[in-house]
Design a protein around this ligand. Structure first.
Ligand code: UD1
Ligand code: CA
Length: 459
């Protein structure tokens, strides 16, 4: 049985009250539409077509290769959308799988099961339905015994019909030819004055072509029409991600308080403390300990690294490195194995060599630090002169004294030392001490003199 896939994603999503097209809202780092398309990948489809309309270009730009889009203009309802999509098929497949673009909890397994069910019953239409406690807004499945006779939308339903708990998920498999014929007969004679896809059900049933519904776990059928529903589905997706990681051997002190995007990899034996936000291409190595309070975006955290109270963006943290508490790694920060970036330290566009340490209160920007070097507390790389950024190079086994200002461009040789409080404006050769500060002078008896002067002034 050849299958074509149609995903409906042209609607505006008025109830989101958002500038962004509804299907482009994200849950756990993926758009609603991308979640649906991933489920559709389980189907060995001849062709997948996404119906776009509202913000068509922006939506089409997110589609994976091999998925086509067709434009529905104006957006005259779900029935109209499917008709537009069918026009995009040169050859009709035997069956059409329809999916709404706003139902991210649908799984590939459920879609495959629906297709199997459809094949087994030989029906002209197989609807995926769910039983909901709060069915407001959904189309109700009207049955006569086992036979589905029609779907009635909320706005067109009688009170008795509104009380039906079984609702339409907007996932269906149709026999393609029967669908095309039925779509020619639907009208806009309804509460929303739109062509409802749901109306083909009554037409197919009346023609005796057989309509069935397969009920799946209610969670799968949550459609996102509002921000409340977006938050609800995000919570479910988050829980699924966390449960998979727990099953794989990741330790979490409190699984309800970690937030991990679908795109993130966490190796077994890693440890996650509460209030951890992992997004983008972040990967966490084995035995690494992350949190509490870490926000890591597109960050590689190496095996055995410890990261706490930190924000990291586009950064790489080597094996067994230590980060935080209270550190900020900005784009291009590379911490080699066994290095340390400690408390109130910001690193940007810089490499901290293996075994090197920047333990306290420093800014390191556009800098290369060699191996086993120590950067004293309060050191700043002065990389910006108001016009351009300049580079600092620090060698191996260097000891930068506390409160050193390294005015870039500047280079500190291997085994060199800088005196605490120095403003270093010239290169320091290998093994040399660079120091720049006024000699200290002590004024003996100063406190006594000062007290006497104050007493005289009071008289
Ligand atoms: C629809 C179903 C309802 C079902 C519910 C499940 C109809 C008439 N109603 O209602 O039975 O219970 O989904 O969530 O089908 N879309 C287009 N073009 C359009 C209109 C909509 O592509 O002209 C797309 C939307 O972008 C969305 C999907 O179709 O992804 C569903 O549309 P939506 O307006 O959300 O329908 P519901 O009112 O939720
Ligand atoms: Ca919907």
């Amino acid at each position: 049985m050849s299958v074509g896939v149609i995903v409906l994603a042209a609607g505006k999503g008025t109830r989101m009250r958002s500038e962004t097209a509804k299907v482009l809202h994200e849950a756990c780092g993926r758009t609603l539409l991308a979640w649906v398309l991933r489920a559709a990948e389980h189907v060995d489809a001849e062709r997948a077509v996404v119906v776009v309309g509202h913000q068509a270009e922006a939506v089409a730009a997110t589609l994976p290769r091999g998925t086509d889009s067709v434009i529905q203009e104006p957006q005259n309802g779900t029935g109209h959308a499917v008709r537009v999509a069918l026009d995009g098929f040169d050859v009709l497949p035997e069956s059409i799988l329809v999916l709404p673009g706003d139902m991210p909890l649908i799984t590939g397994e459920a879609v495959s099961d629906l297709i199997d069910h459809h094949r087994a019953t030989g029906a002209s239409a197989t609807i995926m339905s769910v039983e909901l406690d709060d069915q407001a807004g959904y189309g109700r499945i009207v049955r006569e015994g086992d036979v589905v006779s029609r779907i009635v939308e909320e706005g067109d339903a009688t009170d008795a019909e509104k009380s039906i708990g079984e609702v339409n998920t907007s996932v269906y498999v149709f026999r393609a030819e029967a669908l095309v014929e039925a779509l020619d007969q639907i009208t806009t004679d309804n509460a929303q004055a739109e062509y409802y896809l749901t109306d083909v059900i009554e037409i197919l049933d009346a023609r005796g072509l057989g309509v069935t519904a397969m009920t799946v776990a209610s969670e799968l059928g949550i459609g996102v029409n509002t921000h409340a529903q977006l938050a609800e589905v995000s919570g479910v997706l988050r829980r699924r991600i966390v449960e998979d990681l727990l099953d794989s051997g990741v330790w979490m002190l409190d699984p309800a308080r970690v937030y991990i995007d679908a795109s993130v990899t966490v190796e077994p034996t890693a440890r996650l403390y509460p209030e951890v936000y992992l997004t983008g291409s972040t990967t966490i190595g084995a035995r690494a300990s992350v949190g509490p309070n870490v926000e890591a975006r597109n960050t590689v955290i190496g095996a055995g690294a410890v990261v706490k109270q930190a924000v990291t963006v586009d950064a790489t943290i080597g094996a067994d490195a230590l980060v935080g508490p209270f550190a900020y790694l900005r784009p291009g920060a590379v911490l080699e194995d066994g290095s340390k970036v400690g408390t109130y330290v910001e690193v940007k566009g810089s490499t901290v060599g293996a075994g090197s340490k920047v333990p306290h209160l420093s800014y390191v920007g556009d800098t290369t630090i060699g191996k086993n070097t120590n950067i004293g507390a309060g050191t700043i790389t002065v990389n910006y002169d108001g016009y351009a950024k300049h580079k600092t190079t620090i060698g191996d086994r260097v000891r930068i004294g506390s409160d050193t200002m390294l005015v870039a461009p500047v280079s500190i040789g291997d085994d060199a030392v800088t005196g605490a409080g120095s403003v270093i404006t010239h290169d320091v050769p290998d093994g040399a001490l660079g120091v720049s500060r006024d000699p200290q002078r002590n004024i003996d008896g100063y406190a006594e003199k000062r007290r006497k002067r104050a007493e005289r002034e009071q008289d």
